[in-house]
Design a protein around this ligand. Structure first.
Ligand code: 48F
Length: 261
């Protein structure tokens, strides 16, 4: 049978349209497809919650592809090994409490498991603003990343969400929106974004877990965004805290969603 270009085009447009309209209302909208966002999406979807993830770049994986300084190996401590096992990511012991995994395998496995669990990922979509009512975050304002990159004057669209997770890493792009629009109202020591502190891997990994929380009604932070918001240090290419933070935010949200349903 001869292949028809119009059918190919129609198939893509209709399937994408289905995916987008089905996710205009969701339980949880995650912003950023680094390790914390992907893990959060996986556990939410596994628990039967509706979750959609929006990533600015064409590629998924955030800072995990490049390991440390483009040496594409990541280090993970013992506490996070159960997560590597859950995702089928192979690892090797380097020395007590230090394990390594291939960064490419880690990103590919996190992404594949999250999608198969039921998470929907929209790549090349930038979250540029929030929907607020006014004391609670109620959704995302999205646009194509190339629109943002080229500076075209094009109005965005909106996604309604029970909860939003800022997993945008060092950028804290989503928390910044609340900080600008509602100054002094974040659940941090200053009421604003405290800012990421200098490298201190051990302290940062513990802080990430403590800082993974709701920072404004309806808005949670996970991963490096949690530390950058609360003033925790950066940790460099050790990824256990990112994985555990994604799991923690999912567990907190599953409990919240169960209470409200
Ligand atoms: O930075 P990133 O990997 O976040 P993470 O899960 O992990 C941090 C580590 O990679 C590393 C580290 C610790 O080991 O310090 O940096 O906290 O991924 C964040 C993703 O969010 C996307 C961005 O492109 C990246 O892929 N992102 C940022 N701003 C937006 C966004 C936005 N406004 N809209 C959509 N995606």
């Amino acid at each position: 049978m001869a292949l028809d270009e119009i059918i190919i085009s129609r198939a893509i447009i209709e399937r994408y349209h289905e995916k987008l309209t089905e996710n205009l209302e969701t339980d949880v909208a995650i912003v950023g497809a680094g390790p914390s966002g992907l893990v959060a999406g996986y556990y939410l979807a596994e628990a039967g919650k509706k979750a959609a993830l929006f990533e600015r770049k064409l590629s998924i994986g955030g800072g995990m592809w490049g390991g440390g300084m483009l040496f594409n190996e990541i280090v993970v401590q013992s506490a996070a090994l159960p997560i590597l096992e859950e995702f089928g990511i192979r690892y090797r012991k380097y020395q007590d409490d230090y394990y390594t995994a291939d960064g490419i395998e880690a990103v590919a496995s996190l992404t594949s498991c999250a999608l198969k669990a039921g998470l929907t990922i929209f790549n090349c979509v930038t979250v540029e603003d929030l929907m607020m009512r006014p004391d609670r975050v109620e959704g995302l304002v999205i646009n194509w990343s190339p629109v943002e990159m080229t500076g075209l004057h094009v109005d965005p669209l909106t996604v309604c969400a029970g909860f939003v997770v800022d997993a945008t890493g060092h950028d804290t792009d989503i928390v910044k929106v609340v900080d600008e629009k509602m100054p002094g109202r974040l659940n941090t020591s200053t009421g604003g974004i405290v800012g990421q502190k200098a490298m201190w891997a051990d302290r940062a990994e513990t802080d990430t877990m403590q800082n993974t929380k709701e920072v404004f009604p309806g808005l949670y932070v996970a991963g490096m965004a949690a530390n950058a918001t609360a003033g925790g240090p950066r940790m460099g290419p050790i990824f256990g805290g990112m994985l555990l933070s994604g799991q923690k935010v999912a567990q907190s949200l599953i409990r919240r969603l169960d209470q409200t349903s």
